[in-house]
Design a protein. Structure first.
Length: 457
């Protein structure tokens, strides 16, 4: 009987521990809000000074403080940690600001991020420079990229699209005004198409002209035809579309010259202004060009194809070099992109400021995307697991990089968003001949009896 009572007494705690372990694995967000958050906050508050001392983030107190401590308590004067602000919990972790002591820098705290993670029992610790002398520690309680949930509050705007979640639980926003051109690489089933789907769906509700070049017979971009201002589905059509975009860019430069009084003969390269300096009534609509499977534009079989390829690559390079000021932005996608594609490939890649690398088949492909801007990110790109589609490494020419993951968006929902936003598409007369055909939407079945067929003689 005593043994049975003992087992009964232990059954409750064991069940609670088992339930917590299951919740931590199956529902990490719920586990963090109920169990992980209080425990981590208690560890941080209780061990803050000792943890900072163990990480080498303490400094000797000032002379006046040392004299005051000796006079008031007659205790040994200990090193002082950075002054800590209020601990602010949220649904994914904790945030706390630190005021650095004289002689410290944010890099000192960032170097100890891994130690802080283990000391306070969280998934990751990230350091952000807020202002001189102040840094913010963002403690992430669990792996937010395993099951993506976008933040409720995201800073949106014209040409700003939240497309993915960063590993520090903040939204990755594709801002075309800040990063005008981008290269997106990824192997088959890596999530590259999902990333592109989010971009088009997010831009569909904005007064932006969307142009597509999809040499896979349009299978990737054709579902969004209702919102596209132009679509080329093979290299021949792309060879006709690209010169029109270049001519549209040149016309916009002429508009800027006329408005600002610049001499008509001034080369486009010497004009430093852009369309955003024009009055809103005269400002042409921005254009975003999506190029899917860019390698198809580089492949040649005959001498005639080689001449056409060189012409298209030259036009893409011109758009990448000069298109930003004219409000024309590039989103270039592919599985590989390097010098082996042919003449002009490396030069075009150098103009693409943003880089997104999904899972790739070899290390050379990761180096093509990130090796020239963030070499340390190449290893992270090569370690993306196949069972995590949508996971990618994003970087830019500043050298910074981070992991992101795109949430799931079905093709039907994205296509529906484009159909509902078809009226938002701005009119660009030069692109009218390339506007894709949009089949009528199917009529939903109703309970009414079908009308009888007319009798013919």
């Amino acid at each position: 009987m005593t043994d049975l009572l003992t087992l009964a007494e232990l059954g409750g705690p064991l069940a609670a521990i088992g339930g917590a372990a299951y919740a931590r694995h199956a529902h990490p967000a719920a586990y963090w809000s109920t169990v992980g958050l209080p425990l981590s906050a208690a560890r941080l508050l209780a061990s803050y000074s000792s943890t900072m001392n163990a990480c080498g983030l303490t400094v000797e107190p000032s002379r006046w403080r040392a004299l005051a401590v000796r006079a008031a308590t007659r205790r040994e004067v200990r090193p002082v940690p950075p002054r800590r602000g209020m601990v602010r919990p949220n649904s994914t972790g904790l945030r706390v600001r630190l005021r650095l002591a004289p002689g410290q820098e944010p890099a000192d705290v960032a170097a100890s991020a891994e130690r802080l993670r283990h000391a306070w029992g969280v998934h990751a610790v990230y350091v952000r420079d807020v202002k001189p002398g102040v840094v913010e520690l963002r403690l992430v309680g669990y792996d937010v990229l395993r099951k993506v949930r976008m933040p409720r509050r995201v800073d949106r705007g014209l040409l700003r699209v939240p497309v993915a979640l960063r590993e520090d639980a903040t939204a990755f926003v594709r801002d075309y005004r800040a990063v005008p051109h981008e290269l997106v690489l990824g192997a088959t089933l890596s999530g590259k198409s999902m990333y592109l789907r989010h971009l088009i769906s997010g831009l569909a509700a904005q007064p932006v002209a969307l142009v597509g070049i999809d040499c896979k017979r349009g299978v990737e971009l054709a579902p969004f035809a209702a919102r596209l201002s132009a679509l080329a589905t093979d290299p021949d059509e792309a060879a006709e579309l690209l010169p029109v975009l270049v001519k549209e860019m040149e016309d916009r430069y002429d508009l800027i010259k006329a408005r600002q009084g610049i001499a008509p003969g001034t080369p486009d390269e010497e004009i430093t202004s852009d369309i955003w300096g024009l009055p809103e009534s005269e400002r042409p609509a921005p254009i975003v060009l999506f190029v899917d499977e860019v390698a198809e534009l580089f492949l040649v079989a005959t001498r005639k194809d080689e001449d056409r390829r060189d012409e298209m690559v030259t036009q893409l390079i011109r758009l990448a070099q000069l298109g930003r000021a004219a409000g024309i932005y590039l989103e270039v996608c592919g599985q590989r992109f390097g010098a082996e594609l042919g003449k002009g490939a490396t030069m075009l890649r150098a103009q693409l400021t943003g880089r997104v690398c999904h899972r790739v088949n070899d290390e050379a492909s990761a180096k093509m995307a990130l090796g020239d801007i963030a070499p340390e990110a190449v290893h992270a790109a090569c370690s993306v697991a196949p069972e995590l589609p949508g996971l990618a490494v994003v970087g830019d020419t500043s050298g910074g990089w981070s992991r992101i993951r795109t949430p799931y968006l079905s093709l039907a929902d994205a296509a529906a968003n484009c159909r509902e936003s078809a009226h938002v598409a701005p009119a660009v007369p030069a692109l009218a001949p390339f506007r894709p055909y949009v089949p009528p939407a199917p009529v939903e079945a109703s309970g009414a009896a079908p009308a009888p067929h007319p009798v013919t003689e």
